[in-house]
Write a protein that binds this ligand. Structure first.
Ligand SMILES: *Cc1c(COP(=O)(O)O)cnc(C)c1O
Length: 358
């Protein structure tokens, strides 16, 4: 077998979920498991949180059906609503909590005849300007939704654009916009993603929506997962499959872009961009071998990458290499590669086997 595996610590996910709940005492939580649970495997994550989670949140009907198959009673929130009126019967059949993110979705719902009424989450565009109705449209549509036969609970939801940047002025504007609608008689309200639920108690409302923090990564650029009390969940580990000496002036890898400035020892690692490791990670991005950070040297290839072992002479072929995990935060690798933990985790490809620790 190719020595590359993503080991996923399900106890750490439960720890992180419990932490989210402790941050917002008395509130309920939709555990966000879209995108195959941020790359961790939706079946295993839903099983791990089966008895704890108050609900789950997903991005499509297909994802919702997968969660429903594993959990007959959980509330399942469809974050972008139905992509067409033809999806409404299935949403009703699955008993979903349905977002209405635009007037077209509102009208489609009101025109539909459904097998049962649904819990509706009317989405307010409080300032992100991606999805949602503006405040006036929310007010205008509220009465007809309140009395509609298709609607069980009528709830209000919005999403922050900048909650990951502490003190950003837009966050305050969005919170105000949301609170301005408090006079409308919604049943439940939901506003906070991971960043907001960790930092902005005023945003907690009735339901929080933790995503990235469940997977042990930080939503913040300036605050680590460890500092937040989160436990790392995924360890991506490979092996050193070759080691060689290169002389001063010799190059390594595609494009011959890395050139040895001293006599160097180069290690080849069994992980590449076809596994989801970012191809744009520059030389210097750390990997972990024998507890030491070792820098990438040269371009990431499809199935392999190369590292400079010169300062770790004890490294030998067969050594374990952690690309990220318990001892090298995915956020640190993401920062070195100019991206965010979310992207690295969700992009681990299907050919990487997932192993689960209970
Ligand atoms: C993905 C998503 C979340 C979770 O966000 P995190 O930053 O991962 O906590 C919450 N709400 C909505 C609407 C989302 O799309």
């Amino acid at each position: 077998m190719r020595p590359l595996v993503a080991t996923i610590d399900l106890a750490a996910i439960r720890h992180n979920y419990a932490l989210a709940k402790r941050c917002a005492p008395g509130r309920q939580a939709f555990a966000v498991v879209k995108a195959n649970a941020y790359g961790h495997g939706v079946r295993e994550v839903v099983s791990a949180l089966h008895d704890e989670a108050d609900g789950f949140a997903v991005a499509s009907l297909e994802e919702a059906a997968e969660v429903r198959a594993m959990h007959g009673t959980a509330r399942i929130l469809l974050l972008e609503g139905c992509f067409g009126a033809d999806e409404l019967p299935m949403a009703a059949h699955l008993g979903l909590d349905l977002v209405l993110q635009g007037v077209e979705q509102v009208e489609a719902l009101l025109a539909a005849s459904l097998s049962r009424p649904l819990n509706i989450w009317l989405k307010l565009d409080s300032g992100m300007h991606r999805l949602g109705l503006c405040a006036d449209a929310v007010r205008q549509r509220f009465p007809s939704l309140r009395t509609a036969a298709q609607v069980a609970e009528l709830n209000l939801l919005s999403h922050f654009a900048c909650a990951d940047e502490r003190g950003h002025s837009l966050t305050e504007v969005q919170l105000e916009c949301f609170l301005d609608l408090l006079d409308l008689d919604f049943d439940q309200r939901s506003l906070a993603n991971s960043a907001a639920l960790l930092m902005i108690p005023a945003s907690h409302m009735d339901w929080i929506r933790p995503g990235i923090m469940l997977y042990g990564a930080t939503p913040f650029a300036d605050l680590s997962a460890t500092e937040l009390g989160l436990q790392p969940v995924m360890s991506l580990s490979a092996h050193l499959i070759a080691v060689r000496e290169v002389a001063v002036g010799e190059s390594v890898g595609y494009g011959a872009g890395w050139v040895a400035g001293r006599a160097a020892r180069i290690g080849t690692v069994s992980c590449g961009y076809a596994d989801g490791y970012p191809r744009h990670a520059p030389s210097g991005t750390p990997v972990l071998i024998r507890g030491h950070r070792v820098p990438l040297a040269g371009r990431v290839s499809m199935d392999m990458l190369t590292v400079d072992l010169t300062d770790l002479p004890e490294a030998v072929v067969g050594d374990a290499v952690e690309l990220w995990g318990a001892d090298l935060a995915v956020d640190e690798v993401a920062q070195a590669a100019g991206t965010i933990g979310y992207e690295l985790l969700t992009k681990v490809t299907a050919r990487v086997p997932r192993r689960y620790k209970a």
